[in-house]
Ligand binder design. Structure first.
Ligand SMILES: NC(=O)c1ccc[n+]([C@@H]2O[C@H](COP(=O)([O-])OP(=O)(O)OC[C@H]3O[C@@H](n4cnc5c(N)ncnc54)[C@H](O)[C@@H]3O)[C@@H](O)[C@H]2O)c1
Length: 254
């Protein structure tokens, strides 16, 4: 017997950063299960393209534009998505930037550090705050933030990215405990290298450095990321919270 990960539909997932890469792949995979996807991105054409891809495969999705570092805008966007669907069962937060890489810590511009922090960590708090009241009222929710192996191990030349992803892992640990008895889980996923536009934009030396550390000696695929995301935000993943799931081909064994 095979059972769907999503036996009870409708199931609604908002994905912030759905206009590209892992967020788009997760949106498509969830839609294949019959999940209604709200694809949110500051890149509106990207979000619309994701929705068009889902629609052409017979799935259900809507696109919304919002800048995750604009508190009022992202809150209003997520609140509108919740109102339109009656509730949000899941929030997947994929919005992040690496900032400049291949820099030693003494070369990092604190202003640029702030920019990375505002997207990778502060916005993760704000998007969680936007959906938590509704999820708590329903006694059910799945919040998943995309962290990174850089937040566990620290990647050389990526001070801001590594620091903010480490902060995100800590925040998820704390939030998981805050809501552990509520039916709302809060988890993170820490990939190593998955070939996406974010990775393509990195210097080759940075990509080589990160890939060389993967015992499986290959990058992860978008399908592998999407499949794990679909499991973590499904009803069946119900006894895990505050945890950072691994997606690193053996690099992280903790
Ligand atoms: N690709 C990898 O190898 C890898 C590895 C580890 C962690 N991650 C994490 O996975 C997540 C997704 O990464 P990806 O590789 O798919 O990146 P990506 O650049 O392909 O996609 C990120 C999306 O987020 C959107 N976004 C960024 N900042 C935003 C903001 N302030 N407001 C709204 N939207 C915003 C972008 O427009 C883009 O569509 C990120 O958190 C990233 O740090 C990726």
């Amino acid at each position: 017997m095979t059972a769907s990960l999503y036996p009870k539909l409708p199931y609604v997932a908002a994905i912030v950063g759905a206009g590209s890469g892992i967020g788009r792949a997760a949106a498509q995979h969830l839609a294949d299960y019959g999940v209604s996807v709200v694809a949110i991105d500051r890149d509106e054409p990207g979000a619309k393209e994701t929705v068009a891809m889902i629609a052409s495969a017979g799935g259900n999705a809507t696109a919304m534009r919002a800048e995750a570092t604009n508190d009022a805008e992202i809150r209003a966007c997520l609140n509108a998505a919740e109102k339109a669907h009656g509730r949000l069962h899941a929030l997947i937060n994929c919005a992040a930037i690496t900032g400049k890489t291949n820099l030693k810590a003494h070369e990092v511009d604190p202003g640029e550090f702030d920019t990375v922090y505002r997207i990778n960590l502060r916005a993760a708090l704000v998007v969680s705050q936007a959906v938590l009241p509704g999820m708590l009222a329903k006694g059910y929710g799945r919040i998943l933030h995309l962290a990174s192996i850089a937040g566990k191990d620290g990647n050389a030349g990526m001070t801001a990215y590594s620091a903010t992803k480490a902060g995100l892992i800590g925040m998820v640990k704390s939030m998981g405990k805050d809501y552990a008895q509520s039916g709302v889980t809060v988890n993170a996923l820490a990939p190593a290298v998955i070939r996406t536009p974010m990775v393509a934009a990195l210097p080759q030396a940075t990509i080589d450095y990160m890939t060389a550390k993967i015992p499986m000696n290959r990058c992860g695929t978008l399908e592998e990321a999407a499949a794990m995301i679909a499991w973590i935000v499904s009803p069946g993943c119900s006894f895990t919270t505050g945890f950072t799931f691994d997606l690193t081909g053996g690099r992280a064994t903790y």
